[in-house]
Design a protein around this ligand. Structure first.
Ligand SMILES: Cc1cc2nc3c(=O)[nH]c(=O)nc-3n(C[C@H](O)[C@H](O)[C@H](O)COP(=O)(O)OP(=O)(O)OC[C@H]3O[C@@H](n4cnc5c(N)ncnc54)[C@H](O)[C@@H]3O)c2cc1C
Length: 587
């Protein structure tokens, strides 16, 4: 039976999925680089400017702007923070182009960032960085960035498909190229297939399959689940970053898991265990200013020893820095904590490691091109730039830099592309049938399954891992995925049927969770965010490899590929001997 008669068909030239920093920058750059008359469409699961994680950026944006800091220093911090796993060419482009992009944000997009008395941009300290490098607007930088980008995008002749959820990448019949993307128009519940010559996937990853997590609820790994089904190679899928200081306000509130920004530790915030003792120096000589992976493990180790606060985490304490000072520097964080009954400025706040960012993603080149002609990937959906650990402040730099790159490249590439490509109608049918599964089943409850998934991933594929644990995690994920296929959703109306979308969200999360567990088993060492108690050593740096996961039939195969040290070899540096190791004053 063919199902495709029930869909709306739509054509464009350049299609962008997602309206975070990557998607919106891509739209603006594509407008500049594409030939006149090119039709550009931006489609998003939520509303432009109101969804995704770029809006949630707190601490700020890493960029080397002088004062002793250099692109080389930023690059070396990124490589060392990523434990020699980043794709070095991607990391270099990120650091180099961040300088261009931040000026663009200021001068063309219209962002105002905080300044020093002399008018230069203020840059604050973030963990794992050898210079104060993080440009910011108070402690809620993302709202400034996304609001200004939103104004730019809304005011331009770019077609906007809001509340459109992408559910499938549909190739041509020979499978070599992308034809277009299948969406659900969430407002009507109808399927819409959009053909395009070039498509940017910028749906922003988002590891919301963990009990504690920070990303926005609209982010459920849809992009990576679609890429997996389309047969694309995904790299570093075991690399889930836990931010050490997620607010822990009890099970009853959604505030639990939301992040308290890195600048708190950068400014001298102290972590205390249940007995109110400072413990991070027991785990690392940098104390609280160690990278996120190290601090998360320190906290997790205290939790295992039951050295915990009332809700089972630890405390962050800022009072010794002066409550007035803390209120002035971190007004957003102080308000967020007050909303949950904590006094950040003068007292202690309970925190727990929280899943924050996904370093893994689709294999791309430095121009955001993928193995499939016509498909480009940028932002948190793309793997490579961060290796095993993203430095705080490098996330939004990455999404805006590579979003802009994608816009430039797509605008140029369509000049050599001919007509729109026709889809493989069988794949289109299969994707529609897949999305309709829950509507044909007896309605049940999805939420207990999501809860089970989040517990399984936190317990078995979380901050510290073993092969036995991850294998158990993968088995639990498979069971949850199987059970989901028996739980239906009331399909009386498809218009704004949010339970249907919850089901689809959980389907994506199950599919990607399985890959995380399997890639985790395949990496037999400990690097950055991936820590294996059964393989605690980092392994030979010169023999560094990254994992590549691919869907083969209905299973997932994970292989390894060597990291190419195209700019600097392990143990070496590109900084001149005369430069100090760090420009950051010790706390
Ligand atoms: C609380 C928090 C604080 C952070 N603070 C910082 C910080 O201080 N500095 C820093 O560098 N980074 C920070 N980050 C990370 C940073 O937000 C991300 O690295 C970056 O913004 C990702 O940009 P993106 O464009 O890839 O994705 P996003 O900005 O998340 O955008 C993804 C877009 O895709 C859409 N989408 C998702 N699925 C679909 C679908 N199926 N169909 C259509 N659209 C879809 C979403 O609705 C959204 O519009 C923070 C993250 C969080 C959660």
């Amino acid at each position: 039976m063919t199902l495709t008669h029930d869909i709306d068909r739509h054509d464009t030239d350049i299609l962008i999925i997602g309206t975070g920093g990557a998607g919106m920058f891509a739209a603006l750059h594509a407008q500049q680089s594409a030939p006149a008359g090119t039709k550009i469409t931006i489609a998003v699961k939520g509303l432009i400017g109101k969804c995704g994680c770029t809006r949630m950026v707190q601490g700020g944006y890493n960029v080397a702007l002088g004062g002793g800091d250099t692109v080389e220093r930023h690059f070396m911090d990124t490589i060392q923070g990523g434990k020699w796993l980043p794709d070095q060419d991607m990391a270099w482009k990120l650091c180099e182009q961040a300088v261009v992009r931040v000026r663009e944000l200021e001068n063309e997009v219209g962002c105002f960032f905080d300044r020093n008395a002399d008018g230069s941009l203020h840059q604050k300290a973030f963990a794992g960085q050898t210079a104060d490098r993080t440009v910011h607007k108070g402690d809620l930088t993302g709202i400034e960035i996304i609001n200004r980008l939103m104004e730019q995008v809304l005011s331009r002749p770019i077609e906007k498909l809001q509340e459109h959820r992408a559910i499938g990448l549909v190739p041509t019949r020979d499978g070599a190229s992308l034809s277009g993307v299948l969406f659900i128009d969430m407002r009507s519940g109808k399927f819409r297939f959009v053909r395009a010559k070039t498509v940017l996937m910028a749906t922003g990853g988002g590891p919301t399959m963990y009990k504690y997590h920070t990303p926005s609820g609209d982010k459920t790994m849809d992009g990576l689940a679609m890429a997996l089904r389309a047969g694309l190679p995904l790299r570093d899928m075991e690399m889930v970053q836990f931010h050490p200081t997620g607010l822990l306000a009890g099970e009853h509130t959604k505030m639990t898991g939301t992040v308290l920004e890195e600048g708190l530790r950068g400014a001298g915030g102290q972590l205390l265990n249940g007995a109110e003792n400072r413990f991070m120096f027991d785990y690392d000589p940098r104390g609280e200013r160690a990278t996120r992976d190290v601090v998360s493990r320190g906290i997790y180790a205290e939790m295992r020893k039951n050295n915990t606060s009332a809700n089972g985490g630890v405390f962050i304490s800022m009072g010794h820095l002066g409550p007035e000072n803390v209120r002035r520097k971190f007004p957003g964080m102080v308000r967020r904590c007050a909303d949950s009954g904590f006094d950040l400025a003068g007292g202690k706040v309970e925190v727990v490691p929280t899943a924050h960012y996904f370093m893994g993603g689709v294999v791309v080149d430095t121009d955001t091109r993928t193995a499939m002609e016509g498909l480009y990937v940028a932002g948190e959906d793309a793997g490579g730039a961060h290796g095993s650990n993203r430095l705080g402040g490098n996330g939004v730099a990455n999404s805006t830099v590579y979003g802009g790159v994608a816009g430039d490249v797509m605008g140029a590439d369509i000049r050599r592309m001919g007509a729109l490509r026709d889809p493989d109608e069988d794949v289109l049918d299969a994707e529609i049938a897949r999305a309709l599964v829950p509507l044909s089943l007896k309605p049940g409850h999805i939420h207990p399954l999501r809860h089970e998934l989040q517990e399984a991933m936190w317990e078995d594929v979380g901050v510290m891992r073993t092969e036995t644990g991850m294998a158990r995690g993968a088995a639990r994920v498979a069971e949850i995925g199987d059970e989901l296929m028996t739980v239906g959703v009331d399909g009386t109306t498809r218009a704004f049927n949010l339970t249907w979308h919850d089901w689809l969200n959980l389907r994506s999360l199950c599919d990607v969770s399985d890959v995380i567990a399997k890639a985790g088993i395949a990496r037999e060492n400990s690097r950055g965010a991936h820590f294996r108690e059964d393989f605690p050593e980092p392994g030979d740096m010169n023999g560094s490899y990254f994992t590549i996961a691919r869907q083969i039939g209905s299973g997932v195969e994970v292989t390894r590929a060597p990291v190419r040290f195209t700019i600097v070899e392990p143990g070496e540096t590109i900084l001149p001997d005369s430069e100090p190791e760090t420009l950051v004053a010790a706390q």
